[in-house]
Design a protein around this ligand. Structure first.
Ligand SMILES: Nc1ncnc2c1ncn2[C@@H]1O[C@H](COP(=O)(O)OP(=O)(O)OP(=O)(O)O)[C@@H](O)[C@H]1O
Ligand SMILES: [Mg+2]
Length: 353
């Protein structure tokens, strides 16, 4: 899903050694010995809670960056720190190279209104306004003229599939429809980055799936940069170009879904991804071995991005190994044994050539 140039252009957000500590004299905690105490001990001794602990990452232009973790792991705090809806305790944040912690009130307002739009779990809609006026709200506080903002809002309502419902009020919509309004409102200001804090967790599974498809579609069509919080692993794997997995305020691993599932950084991550259907996340790049005599010439050809599940089908049909081919070159082969080993989670480190 990532745009081709995303690794070379400047990151949208660049975060270094970020801390958020709640409580009295919080700024004394980062980097101090107390910071290494357990959460309970720290609270007992100082009255402080470390919500975000020495976190560093970049959000690349055009990617969906997922922040995942259990309840209380610091996801919401982290994302709110990005635009200083929560004031960080220590560390650096830059948006396209511009220092966010040094921004004054006017610059911050501009950041939140124009550059980074937030979509919340409980929609945050204005109950007495119509759908159209809710979507236009962000433009209104930006000072956009009425005709223009209504035209733009109508366009966004259409884009998220709510055409015909412009005149309704939020109370007359289903949960999924209300979240579409929230999404349209965020899109209307044409932000550089969309920030989602568990936007779909209040929705039932089928509608949730619909909304995930909507996000994937918008991302494909517009290449918009997104930071997406969830505690749902399958949602993270479906949407994320990269996933940062949080535990107790730290990022314990940051990588592509394939890296997280295929090479978990520690026991915690391994446990987290234990039930993931590996063949639907891992690719043949991870399963292949070097070709031996003659193998590079025959058999089905697969691209390195082919999922193991698809490769299983190809190998089962042909009865022999399949070649992994890129730019006319044979990178290796996958056979029954390799594919089974990957599905079973055996020897993946060795298999990943
Ligand atoms: N205003 C606050 N004052 C004190 N502690 C706070 C405050 N806000 C959050 N915390 C604590 O910081 C930690 C991280 O909270 P946060 O809301 O970021 O977690 P989360 O990962 O978003 O959880 P959830 O999945 O439940 O939304 C928790 O221990 C929480 O109790
Ligand atoms: Mg949260």
């Amino acid at each position: 899903m990532t745009n081709a140039d995303s690794t070379t252009s400047a990151p949208v957000f660049s975060v270094r050694n970020l801390w958020k500590v709640f409580g009295p004299k919080a700024d004394r905690i980062p980097g101090s010995p107390e910071a290494d105490l357990s959460a309970e001990e720290l609270r007992a001794r100082t009255g402080c809670t470390v919500a975000v602990r020495d976190v560093s990452f970049d959000v690349r232009k055009g990617e969906v960056f997922v922040v995942m973790g259990l309840s209380g792991s610091g996801k919401s705090t982290l994302v709110r720190c990005l635009t200083r809806l929560i004031e960080p305790t220590a560390g650096e944040i830059a948006i396209e190279g511009e220092d966010v912690r040094g921004m004054d009130r006017a610059q911050l307002r501009d950041l939140r209104r124009h550059r980074a739009a937030m979509v919340f779990q409980h929609f945050g809609l204005l109950p007495h306004r119509t759908v159209l006026d809710n979507v236009a709200y962000g433009l209104e506080i930006q000072g956009t003229g009425k005709a223009e903002r209504r035209a733009r809002a109508a366009e966004m309502v259409e884009k998220v599939g709510l055409a015909g419902l412009e005149g309704r009020r939020p109370g007359q919509l289903s949960g999924g429809q209300q979240q579409r309004v929230g999404l349209a409102r965020a899109l209307a200001v044409d932000p550089e980055v969309l920030l989602f804090d568990e936007p779909f967790s209040a929705l039932d599974p089928l509608i949730r799936r619909d909304m995930q498809e909507e996000v994937i579609r918008l991302h494909r069509e517009e290449g918009r940069t997104m930071v997406f919080i969830t505690h749902d692993l399958s949602e993270a794997l479906r949407l994320g170009d990269r996933i940062a997995l949080m535990r107790d305020g730290r990022i314990v691993q940051c990588g592509s879904p394939e890296e997280i599932v295929g090479s978990p950084a520690d026991e915690y991550v391994r446990d987290f991804v234990r039930d993931v259907p590996r063949e639907q996340v891992l690719t043949v790049r991870r399963a292949m071995r070097p070709a031996v005599a003659g193998e590079a010439q025959g058999g089905p050809a697969l691209s390195p991005a082919t999922l193991v599940s698809e490769a299983i089908e190809a190998v089962a049909r042909s009865g022999g190994p399949a070649r992994v081919v890129e730019g006319g070159r044979c990178l290796g082969v996958v056979d029954h044994q390799r594919l089974l080993a990957v599905v079973a989670g055996i020897e993946t480190e060795k298999v990943a050539a």
